[in-house]
Design a binder for this molecule. Structure first.
Ligand SMILES: [Zn+2]
Ligand SMILES: [Zn+2]
Length: 331
């Protein structure tokens, strides 16, 4: 049950990468991951799903954005999305599935493990490479600095080395540049990642993509496009009233990068939000009634923060000054 993005191709050049991905048989796995989303995953797979009621188009001020193509009711599931890459946080690494981040109930396993044979099979695209390499120093580097995004870069690099993804797969996401002090911190991560693979003896030809430039570009994109995954504690219907509820970082089971959810712009008073129920599959839900052609926006940060705190976080984390109606009103 795969639907496809409705993209205004006159305005958006990114379709080139998607077309390339669709043509390339080698990319089959990640192309499916990249483009797969649906409005209802309870329907049997032999019925045709209705396309999600959205389109991606350029906005007047914020680059591309997601717009409603019809009326959407408060509480409606707009679509789901599978991650392009996901990785558990290091504190959750032994308690959640190493592929989908589902909680492994009653597991006493102290090693990384999967929630079932399907995830174990899907994980082959990175795990066959990863398990041959040496990650102690890289994980220590992430743990001691509190870094989470280099883990996503590592997983992506493994997927590329296995031939299941192209080095440019994240170029479809909004680019970003890293501040100089972060670039210096990242250099150690890059060196440790290369060292990890050296022990796996991946071969210099395959490793050619893994340059400092590639690492920094991918990390910069991940930094502004990744979502922190917090699994909902109860029934998701209970969450409808809480807009973009923020939980401590310790509650996060991991981080993930998605394609379609990354196209949503920010608003401090959002009309949509993303929740995770049992694993890293994202569910975008409407927080209130949305009219046709209205832009769908999510809140990138904790919406309960005051005006100054929100502006600071958005500028430092995402590089923009928020001019949403709520901020403009001084709230
Ligand atoms: Zn799983
Ligand atoms: Zn705002």
């Amino acid at each position: 049950m795969v639907n496809y993005l409705i993209i205004d191709q006159r305005k958006l050049k990114m379709s080139r990468l998607v077309r390339w991905l669709c043509r390339s048989k080698k990319q089959h796995y990640l192309t499916n991951q990249l483009l797969a989303f649906s409005t209802d995953n309870k329907k049997p797979s032999n019925t045709r799903a209705t396309p999600p009621p959205i389109r991606v188009s350029l906005t007047e001020s914020a680059g591309r954005g997601v717009f409603a193509t019809r009326r959407i009711g408060a509480g409606d599931l707009i679509h789901t999305a599978k991650p392009i890459i996901a990785h558990p946080s290091l504190s959750s690494i032994n308690t959640v599935c190493y592929y989908c981040l589902r909680n492994k109930l009653n597991s006493t396993d102290q090693n990384v493990a999967f929630c079932g044979p399907e995830c174990e099979q899907n994980a082959k695209v990175f795990y066959d490479v990863e398990k041959e390499a040496e990650w102690v120093a890289f994980h220590d580097y992430c743990r001691s600095n509190g870094f989470k995004y280099p883990l996503l870069v590592k997983r992506l690099a493994c997927t590329i080395l296995s031939g299941a993804a192209h080095p440019e797969i994240l170029d479809i996401l909004q680019p970003a540049s890293l501040p100089h002090h972060i670039l210096l911190e990242m250099e150690e991560g890059f060196n440790l990642l290369r060292q990890g693979f050296t022990k796996a003896d991946a071969g210099s030809e395959k490793m050619a993509f893994l340059t400092k430039k590639w690492y920094n570009n991918v990390l910069a994109r991940i930094r502004i496009n990744a979502f922190r995954i917090e699994l909902a504690p109860g029934r998701y219907e209970d969450l409808l009233s809480s807009a973009a509820a923020c939980v401590d970082a310790e509650a996060a089971v991991g981080n993930a990068v998605y394609m379609l959810p990354s196209f949503y712009n920010h608003d401090c008073d959002p009309n949509a939000h993303i929740i995770w129920l049992e694993n890293a599959d994202a569910r975008v839900k409407a927080l209130r009634d949305i009219e046709p052609d209205e832009e769908l926006r999510i809140c990138y940060i904790d919406a309960s923060l005051d005006h100054n705190a929100r502006q600071t976080l958005l500028l430092e984390g995402f590089g923009f000054n928020c001019n949403c109606p709520r901020c403009s009103s001084g709230d």
